[in-house]
Ligand binder design. Structure first.
Ligand code: ES4
Ligand code: ZN
Length: 326
């Protein structure tokens, strides 16, 4: 399709990507073998066949279990490098990625091991292709605020290489208000903050993330459309919403992609864009997310360009670099 050629050719940025969610079944098996771990699946195909989710939690259970094969700094490097190669092939020129340190420190992996493996790969992509990046440390909201404070203590020696903070994992029952003191501490460090909100949770969680956590972007935010006053506010402020269409489809947030709110969000003047979230689990990297939306929603050239421009606008690139790509 001609619009797909434009999608593939445009320089793009990605702003919502969990590095642990890029662990492909092939690499999961290879790392399990390398680390002497036995996975509870007979084969790569059997593992992939288990990727049938009916909710965010049913996905998170597999996602956290899969991350158990990541043990050494080289494992984190190999994971990150594999994603960056795919991102480069998709013509991503700048990527802002999440990592979930608590997923690893809680099973005895040192913060330094996780950080240095990811950082070394990001630096290699900058050196090899000039690919830019930002690294966002994300807190797990199903754990306590106190646990978030403890992992922030562990992050302190590495803050020169950490560009912001996020909030992810099980949304329902874990509102942004639970983390108000933690995010106040993050802001005091002078770094920008984002939060997942309005994915499975209600629009009220988006309002809380804005008012109580002072976030500069909302991750997902698709349920914002349920609150007209919130839509007006998000549009007036051009608050970015990092939408993940294939994720929403696979987690049954919006089971029918042809009814996905992406176009309605653009029409409402929201700064929405397309991202891949956990591509190894949801069936596609960034370009696949665009192709699926193009097909299901009939996106035009102009809408694709708008989505890509929104993404550069919402990125943490300096203004002159945004100008270069927009
Ligand atoms: C996530 Cl799709 C999604 N939602 C919330 N937390 C997450 N962590 C990784 N993927
Ligand atoms: Zn996410």
């Amino acid at each position: 399709h001609p619009v797909d050629a434009l999608i593939a050719a445009l320089p793009k940025t990605e702003l919502h990507l969990h590095i642990e969610g890029t662990l492909e079944p092939e690499l999961m098996f290879a790392l399990a073998t390398r680390n002497g771990i036995t996975l509870p699946y007979a084969s790569i195909d059997a593992l992939r066949a288990a990727y049938q989710f009916d909710s965010l939690q049913s996905f998170l259970d597999l996602y956290y279990a899969g991350a158990g094969v990541l043990q050494t700094e080289q494992d984190f490097y190999d994971l990150t490098w594999a994603y960056l190669e795919r991102a480069h092939a998709d013509r991503i020129v700048h990527t802002e990625i999440f990592f979930d340190p608590q997923t690893h420190t809680d099973r005895g992996i040192a913060f330094a091991t996780v950080y240095h493996g990811i950082r070394r790969a990001l630096d290699a992509a900058q050196a090899q292709w000039g690919m830019g990046s930002r690294l966002i440390m994300s807190f797990l909201r199903h754990l306590s605020e106190e646990a978030g404070m403890a992992v922030l203590d562990q992050a302190e020696p590495y803050l020169a290489g950490i560009d912001g903070f996020g909030l992810d994992s099980s949304e329902l029952g874990h509102p942004p208000s639970k983390f108000a003191r933690l995010f106040a501490r993050c802001h005091a460090l002078g770094l920008p903050c984002v939060a997942h909100a309005g994915e499975e949770g209600p629009a009220a969680y988006v309002v809380e993330a804005l008012d109580l956590l002072q976030v500069c972007r909302i991750d997902h935010g698709v349920r914002s459309l349920e609150d007209e006053a919130l839509v007006q506010r998000l549009a007036a402020d051009r608050t970015p919403l990092t939408v993940c269409p294939l994720s929403n489809q696979r987690l049954q947030v919006t089971p029918d992609l042809s009814r996905h709110p992406l176009r309605r969000m653009l029409q409402a003047g929201l700064a929405a864009m397309v991202n891949s979230d956990d591509p190894a689990y949801f069936g596609g990297y960034l370009n696949q997310n665009f192709y699926a939306c193009r097909e299901a929603l009939g996106l035009s050239d102009a809408e694709v360009v708008q989505l890509v421009d929104n993404s550069f606008e919402a990125s943490w690139l300096p203004a002159q670099d945004k100008q270069r790509w927009m």
